[in-house]
Structures are given as C-alpha cells and as structure tokens.
Design a protein around this ligand. Sequence first.
Ligand code: ZN
Length: 369
Amino acid sequence: MARDSSPAGPVPTPDEIRRAPKVLLHDHLDGGLRPGTVVELAEAAGYGALPTTDAAELGTWFRTAADSGSLESYLETFAHTCGVMQTEQALVRVAAECAEDLADDGVVYAEVRYAPELFVERGLSLEAVVEAVQAGFAEGERRAAARGRTIRTGTLLCAMRQHARALEIAELAVRYRDGGVVGFDIAGPEDGFPPTRNLDAFEYLRTSNAHFTIHAGEAFGLASIWEAIQHCGAERLGHGVRIVDDIKNSAGGTPELGRLAAYVRDRRIPLEVCPSSNVQTGAARSIAEHPIGLLASMSFRVTVNTDNRLMSGCSMSSEFGALVEAFGFGWADLQWFTINAMKSAFIDFDQRLDIINTIIKPGYARQVN
Ligand SMILES: [Zn+2]
C-alpha cells in the first residue's frame, strides 16, 4: 500500500523551505562546525595540522575530502574537528553555534549527537564534556531566541563501536537524562562491529527506560538492521536505508516487503535518512537514485536529516530542497517528513505533540492548503 502522494501544488522554493519549521534527529556535533570556527579554535589550541587556515578554503577542503571516496580522507576530516574540540570553551562554542545555525535554518527541534570519549584527549572528564556541550546548547538557544528564533535542542551520547566503552557511555546518558541528554546511539564502522557487541549497554538502557537509536543499515546490510532492532531493541535506525534490500519487485512490478522490511514499516520504526551523506559515502549513487523515494511511497516512517553539515556542505533546508528537486515532493510531503521526525523524537509525548500542534502544523498550513 502506497502513501497518497500530494497533489502537485506549488513547488516549495529554497526561501520558503528555509522559513518552514523543520525537525532534525540525526546531526553530529563534530560534523557541523563552521569552517571559520575550526580555524580560530585550532589557533587558540596550537593545533597545527589543518590543511589550510583560510576559512573558505577549509570549508571546500572538508567537502572535497569527505567526497573523495577514500575512507582515510573522510576520517581525517573528523580528526581535525575533534582535534580542536578538546577544551570546555571549544565545546561550549561549537554547541552554541550549532544551535544558532540550526535555528537560522528554520529548525525548531533538533537532537544533536556526539561521542564524549572523543573529547578527552586533553584531560577533560566525560562529565565535563557533557556539561560543556549542554551549556553551549543552552547559550545557543538563548542567542537564537534573542533574534526571534525558537529552537529546542536535545543531545544523544554516542559510543564508538570499535571502542569498548558503550556501557560507560550509556550510564553517562542516563545520569544526564534530566539535563538535556535525551538518548544514546552507537556510531563508527558497522562492518566487523555488529551492534550485538554492546548488548550490555542496550540491556542497561532498556531496564532504565532510556531511549536509543543505532547507526545501522548505512553501508552494511540487513543483518545489522535486524540485530539493532531484534537483539538490541533500537527505537530508531540511524540511516536504515539498506532496508530496501528486503523489498523485492514482484512479477507484476509492485514492490513486495520481506518480513524484516514489513516489521520496520508496520511497527513504525523511524528511519533517520541522510541523503547527501549517503551519496558521499557511496550508500546511494545520487539523490535521485536514493531509496528515500521508494521508502516514502511505501509509508515507512521516513525522516530527513543532515548527518554532517560541514562535510556535506548541507543544511536541513538544502536536504529538503534537493529532495523536492529529485522527487517532486511538495509541501504535504515536507510536512509529513517533519511530523514523522517530531513524532519520533526522544522527548516526552506531550511536548512532541505541543511542537506539532503549535509550531509545525500552523507553519505548514499556509503552504499545504
Ligand atoms: Zn551519523
């Protein structure tokens, strides 16, 4: 059964898309710095490894390196951003600017994730990292509000698959759940590091009634998605786009769901889809060939996300814009993605409903009808 696609209607323009309220669930703090901030923080910290200290050139370098198809260049981009985020001041600044940039892009609710263990090279404790990031987001929300932009942010703490600290980070997430941390995630290489390596962390989170998502089904296939949902208990899937491997074309040409794909769709498990990032890492050949078109038409709970704004040179607005261009999505589709995301957020149900009813629906009403 396919979702009703919206009647053609007016094509959303980039300016209108930027003004419309948007919700972002999958964005990495260390993948969203302003190039100029990377340069200034590097100078302040005596970090000499940047390929250039010209902000504009550096911005281009990040996109090109992430685009090169080489895993080494891709990882080098994060070595630089993490390299300059090793002090409380740096973390506060990066988080504050993140909230401001998202608010300026019309994002009204965002969950931004990061791995605290990547920011302890210069002696910060994990707690100090979390507190600095939370202080930064609070500051960014205040600055945005002062300019008439309302954004609410929450954070997700990531553990790295290849390290062995998942339980420790899960405990940290629970300890700070009343202080702005809304959930947990595991990130890092999928191949060779199945999510079941961290079962103790997921069991701890479930018994603590805490929320978590898992990066699964990005480059690696169905087994990773199946483990994330059925063994670990993930509420959402980071990317999850490889679920299309369980959708086959029947003889009559209509798509047929396998058992796992049907489970993901029927249980309304949110997919945190990041189109530009998937093209950069080779998980999709182009935006036009991205599985998001098929997944949306089959009523999966699809959300649209940025992943790494610096490395992909993207924003929520540009992702929406690219999808409008590639798939002909209209206002009703953009509202659907946004409400899907808000319904799937890790904050309280009444607060999600409040944002849907008081901000999102009125924001789209002018466009949709
Ligand atoms: Zn990600």
